[in-house]
Design a protein. Structure first.
Length: 225
């Protein structure tokens, strides 16, 4: 399925300017729902500048309207951007994040031993020599290496990591782990975000200062304090 040219920036715009659910935004942008949640909560590594997919010609406003009216609807792009893909060479990692690679590698080794060195190398963009040194604890900086989630470090996306783990688990003949971090909270998060946007839109339309947590029709948002 085609994805926006700048998925994270597009997701940021959709979060700020629509009443779409996290799941709808994640599906359209090709992101994991946790990435969209991080953008909505401003906990991403950097504050993103939103990119309007309507102005970019990637999405029709009618698609947004359909999706806002039906939470189960998945938006369809007008056109897919030209994709430029690297076919050779290691994965590029910004200089500022290269020092985090050993921590990300150590996390995968500890939590997903079924993932091969070759798979880690492609995901993180490092050498098998470095991975082997971290595995057998002969790395020159092993005393300072602390296992950290590579997604949190910005070394890969949650979707890439999930796909890699699932592939490795299948090859090893074991059951892939299921992401349950949002179980029980997902609907509440989506509903809270929708209520906040409805209240803001109502206040802007009527030029009124809405009480904290209030919505059109006198509804009080239970998530507001």
């Amino acid at each position: 399925m085609a994805q926006p040219l700048m998925p994270h920036a597009t997701a940021s715009w959709l979060v700020d300017n629509t009443a779409l659910s996290f799941e709808q935004i994640a599906a359209f942008c090709g992101l994991h729902i946790l990435e969209v949640q991080a953008i909505a909560d401003d906990t991403a590594a950097t504050k993103l500048t939103g990119r309007d997919p309507v102005r970019a010609g990637e999405l029709a406003m009618s698609e947004i309207d359909k999706a806002q009216a039906n939470p189960a609807y998945r938006m369809v792009m007008n056109k897919g951007p030209e994709q430029v893909r690297r076919t050779k060479g290691p994965r590029y990692t910004p200089v500022s994040k290269r020092q985090d690679k050993p921590d990300g590698i150590a996390w995968i080794i500890r939590n997903h031993p079924e993932v091969s060195d070759g798979q880690i190398s492609k995901l993180i963009g490092t050498t098998r020599t470095t991975i082997a040194a971290i595995r057998d604890r002969t790395h020159w900086n092993i005393a300072n290496i602390v296992p950290k989630d590579p997604v949190t470090l910005g070394l890969c996306s949650q979707r890439e990591l999930d796909a890699l783990v699932a592939k490795a688990a299948k090859a090893a003949g074991i059951e892939a782990p299921v992401d349950t971090r949002l179980d029980g909270d997902r609907e509440a998060l989506i509903e809270q975000l929708r209520h906040e946007r409805e209240a803001a839109a109502y206040a802007a339309e009527h030029g009124e200062d809405e009480p904290v947590g209030s919505l059109p029709g006198g509804f009080v948002d239970p998530f507001k304090r």
